[in-house]
Design a protein around this ligand. Structure first.
Ligand SMILES: [Zn+2]
Length: 402
């Protein structure tokens, strides 16, 4: 393969073997192959808007985006049909319904008192507003990927920072790695289970063979209910957000995050007192976390989860992703991420257009005999549970017999 003619090329017009290219995959020495030309991307990767890790995940391999000509044609067609154009009204309406729920939750307590029934209703309203703000910040995170100073990024900071007390940079760093290499160990942060769970078909056997038994993984489909959904957002994400913002001295995101707590406590301390307000936000995040974990796991957990196999980009995305049926409720409930396949193939497409591109993606997959899975919401939920159970049994079998 020949070296590229840009300044970033490693050396003149020399030829390199794959073995040579693949040696250059460290942070301070990264080569990338695009259309059979070798580029040294070490400096550029550090400035990449998706974060330096996104490019490092492809270092030493061929990052040609679409391996199938048909996919390129489909991408071009979608662009020509204007499917990448966002409708401001759609997003404004979403923002309005979130703000309305937040306002109603507060009014409910202000006018109805702090009894059990108003508190329960207020918590449900707030959790719904929180999750919907989460889906909406996800939209703007993707829309702003190449323009950090744009209005889209500012909107994302408002949504995740001021409405949720989170950090846009923390989320982007995690999420763009997930999109670059979904369900690939040590590259996709979403499959880093911190040795609490074993997932997929490879990891359980590896753990079992090495006699790793940090927890009784054959019971993970049971303890998932105790340590997965209840703790992810209230504990794990909150600690990670704080750690990342402080360790990177991310003052901008810290200010947005502070503005959330300032608003929240000035609204609720007069009604519940300080401890009551802390308990309320913990409970709201506990509810939100259940919703978030089940919905997001449905799309990826039951799919292939493995080490880097250097597959082509399209095959990797399809093997790691499935869809949940479309319906007005499902679309709203999952922030249109039930169209997860379309979202992964076209991450910068506004979600209101997924239903238009979905039949074309499906036809492309059928033509090339690529599996395109669609489940009902019920099947998706059951599959989260049963895939944990299957992985747990694989671990036990290897632990006892290998
Ligand atoms: Zn995404």
């Amino acid at each position: 393969m020949g070296a590229g003619d840009q300044q970033t090329e490693p050396a003149g017009s020399a030829l390199f073997t794959w073995e040579e290219v693949q040696k250059h995959c460290s942070r301070n020495d990264q080569w990338l192959v695009i259309n059979r030309k070798v580029y040294c991307v070490t400096e550029w990767a550090k400035r990449h808007p998706g974060g330096f890790r996104v490019i490092r995940h492809y270092a030493g391999e061929d990052a040609t985006v679409a391996v199938i000509q048909d996919f390129r044609a489909l991408h071009a067609y979608a662009e020509q049909k204007g499917l990448f154009r966002a409708h401001s009204l759609f997003f404004l309406a979403h923002l309005a319904h979130i703000l309305l729920m937040e306002l109603l939750a507060w009014l409910l307590i202000r006018l109805g008192g702090t009894g059990w029934i108003p508190t329960a209703l207020c918590s449900i309203l707030m959790a719904t507003a929180q999750i919907q703000a989460g889906w909406l910040q996800h939209d703007f995170g993707h829309l702003s990927v190449f323009k950090k100073s744009s209005w889209n990024h500012l909107t994302q900071q408002f949504l995740i920072g001021h409405l949720k007390g989170g950090s846009a940079n923390w989320w982007n760093h995690r999420h763009f790695q997930h999109h670059a290499k979904p369900n690939v160990f040590s590259k996709d942060p979403d499959v880093n289970m911190l040795k609490i769970f074993v997932v997929g078909a490879t990891q359980p056997v590896e753990y079992g063979t090495k006699k790793i038994k940090l927890l009784p993984y054959n019971h993970q489909h049971h303890y998932f209910f105790l340590v997965g959904p209840p703790l992810l957002i209230p504990i794990y994400f909150q600690l990670q957000i704080m750690r990342v913002m402080i360790s990177r001295c991310d003052w901008v995101d810290m200010v947005w995050c502070f503005s959330y707590y300032l608003r929240y406590f000035s609204c609720y301390v007069p009604l519940y007192g300080l401890l009551g307000s802390v308990a309320l936000i913990m409970f709201v995040r506990f509810l939100e976390s259940h919703w978030f974990v089940w919905v997001t796991q449905m799309n990826h957990l039951p799919m292939d989860i493995d080490h880097e196999k250097h597959q082509d980009w399209l095959s990797l995305q399809l093997q790691a992703t499935c869809n949940i049926e479309t319906s007005p409720f499902n679309d709203w409930f999952s922030g249109h991420l039930n169209f997860q396949i379309e979202h992964h193939l076209f991450p910068t497409m506004p979600r209101h257009n997924y239903h238009r591109v979905a039949p074309l993606v499906r036809a492309l997959c059928e033509k090339h005999k690529i599996s395109y899975q669609v489940k009902t919401m019920g099947e998706g939920l059951v599959d989260v549970f049963s895939s944990l159970k299957t992985s747990g049994s694989l671990w036990l079998d290897a632990y006892l017999h290998k």
